[in-house]
Design a protein around this ligand. Structure first.
Ligand code: GDP
Length: 441
């Protein structure tokens, strides 16, 4: 079992200060646990404890020996994770903040166990943060034999004229570039909308049955793993409801069948979902990648930058001496070369502006929270840390197709189109990851 001050479900340190942070245990439940520890064997009734939560009385009853945080409680009992309980760890002032995600070392050690298990792996990646959430040397970690199905999430945010086969080709190409070969299948999914989730699951179950194995879902933090699991549970519940009405057989709801089980040798549990025909699906904890923007932005700014609607496409023609300001989060400066088209793909909440290269840093600081946002305030801007610049040269491929995407991890990207060559400097605060890739569109 997990140590006493840790959640039995996910292993994070329990706390009763903030319901918005991981590991939250309502104060009344804490009090009851303390009473129980002080007077073992005595029955403590809820009336002996103040502030008894009325909404979740079972939580109190269940905590005598194994305390679970509110998030895990809701996940196991209702099959739902309240998004407000998933606050990213910040690398700022509040160092006491715990994270429900794992350090890279622990994550790796956890996953290495999969080498010894015969399993099918559903590997979730975020199309908006493909490089930022890509787990390096995944093949080495999970072994060479286990089939990997790549679930490319958040595809609902892509512009509607983007062709699936183009995305798939691009994904396979990028995976190969990063050393991940022989992928079993690529599924373009949307956990939020449920797009292709059923197909992906059917594919995974088919392979798992053939191999007499289970299915493991893995992925970095924020790729949408919880949303995926919730969607899956909803689908299974619907299916069971359907079969119940047909056969009039009473079966337990899947959310009740969700259980947690410990990965041996760790304090962290995985969520187990029985899929029938002796195939189980396990959800493993997410890895917090060091350059994820979510480490640096506060909740309000994060909501603003993480695209929630289809990204907005805006084009600017920029030549030497000009700059493109992406809120107060990034800046692309044109040092020399003929004018190119810069097409930005960001959440409509991210304000993208063309401007002058001269005094661009001062311009950014002057307009934070106003013309340039997010961040919403100078304080939030400060938290992003020092800025760094990276020079790059792009070779145009003519006006018909973009030659390069400059990707801002988790935010979106800027596609370059033009002819001849152009010299740029991409400036970002420490907290924002930048990658270049072959153009997606
Ligand atoms: P986890 O850390 O991997 O469990 O990620 P979450 O499930 O908490 O999702 C992180 C963020 O991405 C949340 O704001 C979700 O609403 C959002 N998200 C997850 N899946 C999708 C999706 O398919 N489409 C869109 N648009 N957003 C998604």
């Amino acid at each position: 079992a997990a140590p006493k001050n840790r959640c039995y479900g996910c292993g994070v340190t329990l706390q009763s200060d903030s319901s918005h942070r991981p590991g939250f245990l309502p104060p009344s439940v804490q009090s009851k646990r303390r009473l129980q520890e002080a007077f073992p064997g005595t029955e403590i009734r809820t009336s002996d404890v103040q502030d008894v939560p009325t909404a979740e009385p079972e939580l109190v009853a269940d905590t005598q020996s194994r305390a679970v945080c509110q998030r895990c409680y809701r996940l196991t009992h209702y099959g739902m994770i309240d998004p407000s309980l998933r606050v990213p760890a910040t690398a700022t002032s509040d160092d006491t903040q715990v994270s429900s995600e794992l350090s890279p070392d622990k994550f790796r050690r956890n996953l290495e166990r999969l080498q010894k298990i015969n399993c099918v792996i559903i590997y979730l990646v975020d199309i908006f943060d493909f490089h930022g959430t890509f787990i390096p040397s995944l093949r080495d970690i999970v072994g060479s034999k286990n089939p990997i199905l790549l679930a490319v999430n958040k595809t609902d945010l892509l512009p509607s004229d983007m062709k699936d086969n183009r995305v798939e080709t691009w994904i396979r190409h990028e995976c190969a570039g990063m050393g991940l070969f022989n992928i079993g299948g690529v599924h373009l999914i949307s956990s939020v909308k449920g797009r292709n989730v059923k197909l992906l699951l059917a594919d995974a179950v088919r392979i798992a049955k053939k191999r007499h194995s289970d299915i493991y879902v893995i992925g970095a933090a924020n790729v949408g793993k919880s949303t995926f699991i919730n969607q899956l549970v909803r689908m299974l519940n619907r299916k069971e409801g359907h079969s119940r009405s047909k056969k009039a057989v009473k079966r337990p709801k899947t959310s009740e069948a969700l259980t947690t089980s410990v990965i041996p040798g760790t304090t962290l549990d995985v969520i187990k979902i029985p899929l029938g025909s002796s195939v189980n699906l396990y959800d493993t904890p997410g890895l917090m990648m060091p350059h994820q923007l979510t480490n640096y932005l506060d909740a309000a700014d994060l909501r603003a930058v993480l695209p929630s609607k289809t990204v907005e496409r805006v084009s600017f023609r920029l030549g030497e001496g000009k700059a493109l300001f992406i809120g107060g989060l990034a800046r692309i400066e044109v040092l020399s070369g003929k004018p190119f088209f810069f097409t930005s793909f960001f959440s409509p909440e991210v304000k993208v502006h063309p401007g002058k290269l001269e005094d661009s840093a001062e311009f950014t600081e002057r307009h934070i929270g106003g013309l340039l946002r997010p961040p919403s305030s100078p304080e939030a801007f400060e938290r992003l840390g020092e800025w760094t610049g990276k020079s790059l040269t792009a070779e145009g491929e003519g006006w018909k197709r973009s030659c390069l995407d400059i990707v801002f991890s988790g935010l979106g990207w800027v596609a370059l189109t033009g002819s001849g060559s152009i010299q740029l400097r991409v400036c970002v605060p420490r907290g924002v990851g930048v990658f270049t890739r072959e153009a997606l569109m």
